[in-house]
Design a protein around this ligand. Sequence first.
Ligand code: NA7
Length: 552
Amino acid sequence: MATQPQSAQGKPAARYDVVVVGAGFAGLYMLHRLRGLGLTARVYEQGGDVGGTWYWNRYPGARCDVESMQYSFSFDDELQQTWNWSERYAPQPEILRYANHVADRFDLRRDIQLDTRVESAVFDEHSNRWTVTTSGGSVSARHVVLATGCLSNARMPEFKGLRDFQGEVYHTGHWPHAPVDFTGLRVGVIGTGSSAIQSIPLIAEQASQVLVFQRTANFSVPARNAPLTDEERARWRADYAELRRRAREDMKNGILQVVPDRGALDDPDDIRSQKYQARWTSGGLTFMGVYNNLALEQAANDTAANFIREKIAEIVEDPETARLLQPDNHPVGSKRICVDTDYYATFNRPNVKLVDIRSHPIEQILPHAVRSGGKDYEVDALVLATGFDAMTGSVAKIDIRGRGGQTLNDKWAEGPRTYLGLMSAGFPNLFLITGPGSPSVLSNMIVSIEQHVDWIADCLAYMGDRGVETMEAMRPAEDKWVAHVNEVAQGTLYPQANSWYMGANIPGKPQIFMPYIGGVGVYRQICNDVAAKDYEGFAMTVETVTHKAAAS
Ligand code: NA7
């Protein structure tokens, strides 16, 4: 007999059609679509407000590396026609205001429970329902949607002595809400990924000294951020529908750009340099879109990598610092390329020093210093810009149990396994938004979020129309998809880097290239085809009768 879930007060638990975990952009739009379907839904959010990643990542200089006119919802034309982004790249406070605006505009808050962590989700095979237990009690749901985000589980490094450090310790992904003032302090920043690269120039303006502890030098290109003019906003708005369509369907990463028609070695040296220079001058992530083979062929990639290395040498005055800042152990783009404002030039400041912890790893944190290579670097405060347990970290923190009591963590022990990044076999009615096995972090996240939310909403409508009680990925389809995701990744240079795409930043995490690199347009078409073929590769039960769609 299935036991009836109880609320914290011992009353029968509330019942919902859908529980959504997370109130970032994915959770907000999912709730909006569920409302439109007439389904009852509850969203649980562990943060004190909506916004997800943008609620937590409030370090100095935090901003999106996708341009604001594109890093925004497209599902409501009035919203995109009326929201005024102030800069080419929106700063974190503005993105958070936008998330709050969306929550208010679509009256979403009444179904969102803040400050509430989802601890477990257990599937009951008798009732075909999930019992979801939060810090506030248990509820029952037909479906669970994990809108938990890909870069939401901040990674605290395990340095010996870290707990004994006498100054403040901040993680960029868990930044305090009260203002942080580094004036007059000696600050140690550990890590040189995107968060460090954005924050170091601003910390250096305040602190008396900044020591940057670098394990892996990263490639970074200038953002060329600037205020957006009325004319620029108007240009987008005049043709928004078509521009969004092209970004979704024709671009690999969901970001509008000129699609390259040739490889890097098809141009003579001088033309190639001019093209790289043009992208360097215009700024931003599209630097990697100059040629169509930069992610595929080492010799092509080397030309782009050398261009950036030369730029670093030109900008950074001290030759030894410049040498250390030049990445030398991974192809450009195989770790997410960073987009900065004055990062390299910041090392010309007298109060900024680079410490090479690749040659001399951090041995210990002392009460007032970082010890590396037998040398003690005195600091008053520490900034850990050490990244995230990406893509699977936040899912893994929830005790999810599917058929036969199997946990998702056990199933994913050798690496995440999904069909289309949307569902995992053995876990009926459990959907992932931008899960591993989908383009996700390789794309403009909002493009991918909208695609997944729309697909899931359409799927729930299909289920409702036909009285389908459960839907789940079938193993042959899942196995085939996992093999395809791996095969496509292996055809690129990406697996060569020790990146968080590979899980390589987390000791003991299986090293598998997690996102699907086939491109958002191709992927969208695959998902649409699956849906058009009555959800091919998914099994559905209609009350007690089982209908299996043909495995793909
Ligand atoms: P990232 O890109 O994962 O960067 C983390 C940085 O911290 C990176 O330089 C790491 O070096 C370094 N790191 C991590 N652990 C350690 C330890 N134990 N010792 C020394 N150095 C360490 O995270 P971000 O927050 O900067 O950016 C994440 C994404 O957010 C970014 O790609 C954008 O999409 C936005 P490593 O490279 O592992 O040697």
